[in-house]
Design a protein around this ligand. Structure first.
Ligand code: ADP
Ligand code: MG
Length: 150
């Protein structure tokens, strides 16, 4: 089952990130889909800030991956836009992404096929006039559980 929501402005994207973060129990792997400018980073920032990263959220645009320690929980934010071939990811040591309890947000996940942990929840952003539409596709019971509470 997939669900949609309209996000008329940036504030709505931020609220969604905060809301999903507040519902989170344990680890989760989220793939964020959508064109450049669709709102993936806006969502990821709000989500990570709400988890306690605060103003420390960095952009993984050049580093590809940023990791955060959140009182015992690990969170990772990846942006694979610059990856041409998933083989380029080998040196990054993405094994830690598969740790139980890890929270993983991936922009441009299709560029990391085979190198990423299995997804719990896919989120798709698309333009809709000056706003956005977001759709949710749960891929595991953890992802489904989260979406059921939205
Ligand atoms: P992406 O990471 O998908 O490339 P960004 O999160 O960097 O996109 O967002 C690009 C722009 O879209 C930002 O200026 C942001 O403020 C804006 N934005 C985010 N969500 C919305 C929304 N729901 N409606 C209108 N603008 C939005
Ligand atoms: Mg981005």
């Amino acid at each position: 089952m997939s669900r949609e929501r309209t996000l008329p402005d940036e504030a709505a994207t931020i609220t969604l990130g905060q809301q999903l973060a507040s519902l989170l129990q344990g680890g989760l792997v989220v793939y964020l889909h959508g064109d450049l400018g669709a709102g993936k980073t806006t969502f990821a920032r709000a989500f990570l800030r709400a988890l306690g990263v605060g103003e420390r959220v960095k952009s993984p645009t050049y580093s590809l991956i940023e990791g955060y320690d959140l009182e015992g929980r690990r969170a990772f934010h990846l942006d694979l836009y610059r990856i041409a071939d998933p083989g380029e990811l080998e040196w990054l040591g993405l094994d830690s992404l598969a740790e139980p309890g890890a929270i993983v947000l991936v922009e441009w996940p299709e560029r990391g096929t085979g190198a990423l942990p299995p997804v719990d929840l896919e989120i798709r952003f698309r333009h809709d006039g000056s706003g956005r539409i977001v759709s949710f596709e749960p891929r595991s019971s953890a992802g489904q559980h989260l979406i059921n509470q939205l």
